[in-house]
Design a protein around this ligand. Structure first.
Ligand code: NAD
Ligand code: MG
Length: 386
């Protein structure tokens, strides 16, 4: 029986994870759950999965959650300390890191320090603090399994192969809802248009990241750290059908890819049950129904966020953390209808231009860079609004 803590259980990844857990009661047990603001759903999950610990991000929500959980045997905690307590619970063997954004940094780092294996969906942790995370993973001897579908595909395509024999990692990207929208129309797209992803159903922030293609930029940085690959060896191919989830090219010219119907339950289950495979209910892939699988290069003039992510990783040090923070703020402003779609990239670029990159030696220093990026981006957004 694998003992799990699930951080961000009310989100898109969290809910899919719990569906797998519910299907395998003899295999997985939930020790702790954490959530942000959706207290009703959170209380339902607590009722169903009976965790020993349940933690909410905001301490002021504790009384309301206690009320919703009256009569249940559960320790209810709040705030950063509560999230970290959930991530480090004694019995927990694996932590599913499915909080969105840099908010996942502290509890995920705490889990690694407590020797827990990690199933990582929260890519922002590697974007902001990849070097520190990979050092901690080695130091504490924990396993880090990717949940992001592209990284799970790469993980599956490198198994049994030598790292030195890899010549290229090819991340596939659907291209998002605006793949075929003319560049001059992007200025006037709405929040609803941007949330309407053609192939995947996901949380709001990552859906906007997919529309700007910042998501792919974050994934290039995620791959750089997860697979210890120089960024020059990581390519992005647009593949609108989202059937090949990523590929690895080897020095002999062979390419190994992983295919499947686009459903996050497959990569989540693989991270949970590795090295075994378990049935997930994911629709079997029938390649005969596709008229063709297509691939082409991304248009980085149209999707500037992707170039900004390459710039951030090339400048290194604190720049990716600042870029990520600026993106989180710009996406928030866009979702609130306060800035336009094209202003997302502008805000990120201006924030990066204003930043002098410096070395980050600790998670605290990452959090400071994150805060600097948020404040600067907020200032720039407010100027754009006025
Ligand atoms: P989501 O918005 O649906 O869920 C996020 C979860 O985090 C929720 O439980 C929410 O309550 C919690 N949360 C939000 N803000 C918080 C805060 N400040 N502190 C603590 N908890 C907070 O997001 P999602 O789509 O499930 O994505 C989660 C992570 O997984 C993201 O990093 C995303 O990039 C990554 N990811 C998601 C998908 C997907 O298909 N949804 C695919 C690949 C990777
Ligand atoms: Mg992905």
């Amino acid at each position: 029986m694998k003992q799990l803590s699930i951080l961000g259980s009310t989100g898109s990844i969290g809910v899919s994870t719990l569906e797998i857990v519910a299907a395998y009661p003899d295999r997985f047990n939930v020790v702790a759950l954490t959530a942000g603001r959706n207290l009703e759903l959170f209380a339902q999950q607590i009722r169903q999965f009976k965790p020993r610990i349940a933690a909410v991000a905001y301490p002021e929500d504790v009384p309301r959650l206690q009320q919703l959980c009256r009569g249940l045997q559960v320790e209810i905690l709040g705030g950063s300390a509560g999230l970290s307590a959930a991530a480090t619970a004694t019995e927990t063997e694996m932590v599913v890191a499915a909080i969105v954004g840099a908010a996942g940094l502290v509890p995920t780092a705490a889990a690694i320090r407590a020797g827990k294996d990690i199933a990582l969906a929260n890519k922002e942790t590697l974007v902001t603090a990849g070097h520190l995370f990979m050092e901690m993973v080695a130091e504490y001897g924990v396993k880090l399994y990717p949940v992001d579908s592209e990284h799970s595909a790469i993980f599956q395509s490198i198994e049994g192969h030598r790292n030195d024999d890899i010549s290229k990692i090819i991340l596939t990207a659907s291209g998002g809802p605006f793949l075929n929208t003319p560049a001059e129309k992007l200025a006037s797209v709405t929040v609803r248009d941007a949330l309407n992803h053609p192939n995947w159903s996901m949380g709001r922030k990552i859906s906007i990241d997919s529309a700007t293609m910042m998501n792919k930029g974050l994934e290039v940085i995620e791959a750089r750290w997860l697979f210890d690959a120089p960024v020059e060896k990581i390519d992005v191919n647009i593949h609108p059908q989202s059937i090949i989830h990523s590929m690895v090219e080897y020095v002999d010219g062979c390419v190994i890819a992983q295919l499947g119907s686009p459903d996050m339950k497959a990569p989540i289950a693989y991270a949970l049950s590795y090295p075994e495979r378990i049935a997930t209910g994911v629709k079997p892939l029938d390649l005969t129904v596709f008229s063709g699988l297509t691939f082409f290069k991304p248009d980085t003039d149209k999707f500037r966020c992707l170039s900004l992510a390459y710039r951030a990783i090339n400048e290194g040090e604190s720049m990716p953390a600042v870029m990520n923070a600026a993106n989180e703020i710009a996406v928030e402003f866009f979702l609130e209808g306060r800035i336009g779609f094209l202003q997302i990239a502008q805000v990120i670029e201006e924030t990066m231009d204003a930043h002098r990159s410096h070395d980050l030696k600790s998670i605290d220093e990452v959090l400071q860079a994150d805060l600097w990026g948020r404040n600067m981006a907020r200032e720039i957004c407010c100027k754009q609004v006025n």
